[in-house]
Write a protein that binds this ligand. Structure first.
Ligand code: DX5
Ligand code: ZN
Length: 221
């Protein structure tokens, strides 16, 4: 049932990671969103293979892995081995995006491409039919808890038009500043997948927050 909800583990409590994984297992969320940062593509580091493997060992839902790293093609097979089900690379990080997308598919994962806030949707025209997902960054990647960029709504509408026009089956995922206020607007604009970090994990009742996001599609705005 849409929207698909993918809590971002970047905002989880790493001292009690297992508790947060079990909470997501129990919740109405659909995927685990894992943010991988290399300190080069984005000005921050997050976590790597050992943590992904640990999450995979306890997670009962698919792992949606968002790579904010340069030259992601170097690690595609390793991310598969670590437990990734869906692998998203950044448009801005790939010189040979078509090849990288097909490498991901050859490893039997779903392939996503992420767009930074300044990267136009039109740059996907010649590859949209090969994609399982497009991730629209609604903040500049690198950190949780940033302010939602309003222009992202128009971008999602444009992307929805491109997907319809091309006959692509790609899902639209949105990442950054998703909360009870932005979620219904995003779904209305055409988003299929909502990623949320702080809104879920910095709350007293994360289960309730996930339910609120899940209902974003049914609210009139
Ligand atoms: C940012 C990451 C996001 C981040 C979202 O670079 O890609 O997934 O964790 O965090 P919130 O929902 O707090 O904006
Ligand atoms: Zn992310």
């Amino acid at each position: 049932m849409k929207p698909i909800i993918a809590p971002s583990m970047l905002s989880a409590d790493f001292c009690h990671l297992k508790d947060d994984i079990l909470m997501v297992n129990e919740s109405k969320a659909d995927w685990f969103h894992l943010d991988i940062m290399d300190g080069l593509f984005v000005p921050n580091y997050s976590f790597g293979m050992p943590v992904i493997k640990a999450i995979a060992s306890a997670a009962e839902k698919p792992l949606d892995v968002h790579l904010m790293i340069v030259q992601p093609e170097r690690y595609i097979a390793e991310f598969k081995k670590a437990g990734a089900d869906l692998l998203t690379v950044h448009w801005e990080a790939c010189t040979h995006l078509h090849r990288t997308v097909h490498q991901i598919k050859a490893e039997d994962m779903l392939a996503g491409v992420a767009l930074n806030p300044h990267t136009p949707v039109s740059f996907l025209e010649d590859i949209i039919q090969d994609l399982d997902m497009v991730l629209v960054m609604s903040v500049n990647p690198g950190f949780g808890g940033q302010k939602f960029i309003e222009q992202s709504l128009k971008k999602i509408e444009k992307l929805r038009e491109l997907i319809i026009k091309s006959g692509s089956q790609a899902l639209i995922e949105v990442d950054g500043g998703v909360d009870a206020d932005t979620a219904p607007k995003l779904v209305k604009a055409g988003a299929d997948v909502l990623v949320a970090g702080n809104y879920v994990f910095k709350a007293d009742n994360p289960l309730e927050r996930i339910e609120t996001l899940k209902k974003a599609g049914s609210r009139k705005k």
